[in-house]
Design a binder for this molecule. Structure first.
Ligand SMILES: [Zn+2]
Length: 562
């Protein structure tokens, strides 16, 4: 048992709390000799089984009793699924320094002030063009990669057991919008001594070929704007700074000023502009209110909501409920976002349909003439990095089980044996030594849901109630009981929402009432035991409604003593 007395001394422990087995909610923990470095701290997005939940954040239970050993959080780039959870997580970890390039540092600072009211966080700047720096026992050398936002960084990390490369979200683009291509030569220098493990993006591992350059998109914008005579609305995700820059440049060439709609869009563009990432002539931005006095053909609206998110700017415009913008016949609406992230198609379709009915010419995913290229590398890009880095071990990250499996197959083309590729899931640790890699313990990682101002207080019960409400509605039963005899006094009243239309279902509602009266009669002896009577009413109504309607509404019996 000698091994046990020397726990993990010479081992680099890697444990993903998110971002592995899952595309979003990135949080990668590297641990050596009891010291911890975290890469990324992002949010995730709820699926349709979590109604009303705003976002998901990583489960940091694993870190709770190790706070004093965390040397830093290093952020790769300015996408919400990589840094967005910092305002929720940092207050729980104490005064841990956060490292990021200037752009993401600007976003983090704004997020901390807005959402956590923290103004004195220890934020440190990573110079993308600078040299190595240390976080605990790790020496970090950044290199530039391409993605859909400037300053996306990969890291070569010198650890006591060997060099590793952490390359999340990347593609190779030799003509990117910010004119800063993937730093291949710098990376080649950094990896000369041989690499123990490559942690690589795997999201595009099912897509053949190479991801196209961003450059063509601007020509597509130009073509659309050439033909646009009226309103123009362009929507993309607020974190796609490169796309917004292209939309703005094309608009300026067409003598259109810019209206930024939606707080997320405005905040991101203005921070990027202040920090010098976006350079435009003065006075090109017009406030939404002021836009009403300017002819349509002199404006481009950049709007949040390219995934058709309910409540977003574009959604409200499509709904005819936006304060500042009403769609007119002949408007041009351009979607320039990922055409097919999971779970959003229905929402996008609904928004596109409504915009079309309002008379807009909508360019969306089905008829998207080169209006989108992925920020993630396809098979060619992934193979290029894998071949170049040529590590002993491969850990595909940033993808679900399908993508990690496809990545494994992909690198087998380079002659990589399956046992050198580790398909992990959240909570599954990996131990790395100078000449070995092996699976370690698996901890359980929960979904931490953020709903409005509450963090982690939405559990399974709340979700079940919300699903019941959204699927089958609610039935409230008021029963007046005589405080002396315990008998029903007066009428049984029912209020339902989303279950049946009360006016046309009188027979059914009368039946419900009879059931309630029957329950109270049947349990004469226990009439004073309100909890018991409530439970019985709920049970019997539930059974009847399920048999009759196949539905399971939320039933709330209210007993009132009179
Ligand atoms: Zn990203």
């Amino acid at each position: 048992m000698k091994f046990k007395q020397q726990p993990d001394k010479k081992i680099l422990k890697y444990i993903p709390l998110g971002g592995v087995g899952d595309v979003t909610r990135n949080m990668h923990v590297y641990e050596y000799g009891g010291e911890i470095m975290i890469i990324d701290c992002g949010i995730g997005f709820p699926d349709e089984t979590m109604p009303g939940v705003d976002i998901l954040i990583p489960d940091i239970s694993y870190l709770q009793n190790k706070k004093d050993r965390i040397r830093g959080i290093l952020i790769t780039h300015g996408h919400e699924d990589h840094f967005g959870a910092i305002p929720y997580v940092l207050p729980k970890l104490g005064k841990v320094p956060v490292y990021g390039a200037p752009l993401v540092k600007g976003f983090i600072k704004a997020g901390l002030e807005d959402r956590a009211n923290i103004k004195d966080a220890d934020l440190r700047t990573v110079d993308p063009d600078g040299g190595a720096f240390n976080i605990g026992p790790f020496e970090i050398s950044p290199f530039r990669m391409n993605h859909s936002i400037p300053d996306t960084l990969g890291f070569v990390i010198r650890t006591p057991v060997g060099l590793i490369v952490h390359a999340t979200d990347f593609k190779f683009d030799w003509t990117p919008v910010d004119k800063k291509p993937f730093e291949v030569a710098k990376l080649a220098r950094l990896i000369e001594q041989g690499i123990l493990a490559l942690f690589s993006d795997s999201l595009g591992s099912q897509t053949e070929g190479y991801t196209q350059t961003e450059r063509g998109i601007e020509d597509s914008f130009d073509r659309l704007l050439d033909g646009a005579k009226g309103q123009v609305l362009i929507t993309t995700i607020s974190s796609n700074i490169s796309r917004m820059e292209q939309a703005i440049r094309s608009s300026l060439r067409h003598n259109r000023k810019i209206v930024l709609l939606g707080r997320s869009v405005a905040e991101r563009v203005l921070i990027a502009e202040q920090l010098g990432y976006l350079k435009f002539p003065k006075n090109i931005f017009v406030k939404p209110r002021a836009a009403q006095g300017i002819p349509d053909k002199q404006l481009t609206y950049i709007v949040a909501g390219c995934y058709g998110q309910p409540g977003s700017g574009l959604w409200r415009i499509a709904d005819g409920a936006h304060r500042d913008v009403q769609i007119k016949e002949g408007a041009t609406v351009v979607f320039s976002g990922d055409p097919s992230p999971p779970g959003v198609k229905n929402n996008v379709d609904a928004v596109v349909s409504r915009l079309t009915q309002l008379g807009a010419d909508v360019h969306y995913y089905e008829i998207q003439e080169n209006l989108y290229v992925s920020g993630h590398g396809a098979q060619g890009d992934l193979l290029m990095l894998a071949a170049m880095v040529n590590p002993k071990y491969f850990i595909p990250i940033g993808g679900g089980p399908m993508q990690t499996r496809a990545y494994k197959k992909l690198v087998s083309r380079l002659g990589v044996e399956p046992q050198r590729v580790f398909e992990l899931e959240a909570g599954q640790s990996l131990g790395l030594g100078p000449d070995f890699a092996r699976l370690g313990k698996k901890i359980s990682v929960r979904n931490i849901m953020v709903d409005g101002y509450g963090i982690g207080d939405v559990g399974r019960t709340v979700l079940r109630d919300r699903r019941a409400l959204s699927e089958s509605g609610i039935l409230v039963v008021f029963v007046q009981l005589d405080s002396g005899t315990g008998k029903i006094a007066g009428k049984v009243e029912l209020i339902s929402r989303g279950l049946v239309f009360e006016k046309s279902s009188k027979g059914l509602l009368d039946k419900f009432k009879n059931i309630v009266v029957g329950v109270v009669e049947k349990h004469k002896g226990r009439r004073k035991d309100h909890a018991f009577i409530r439970e019985k009413i709920e049970e019997e109504l539930e059974q009847y409604i399920y048999d009759k309607l196949g539905r399971t509404p939320m039933i709330i019996p209210v007993l009132i003593e009179v």
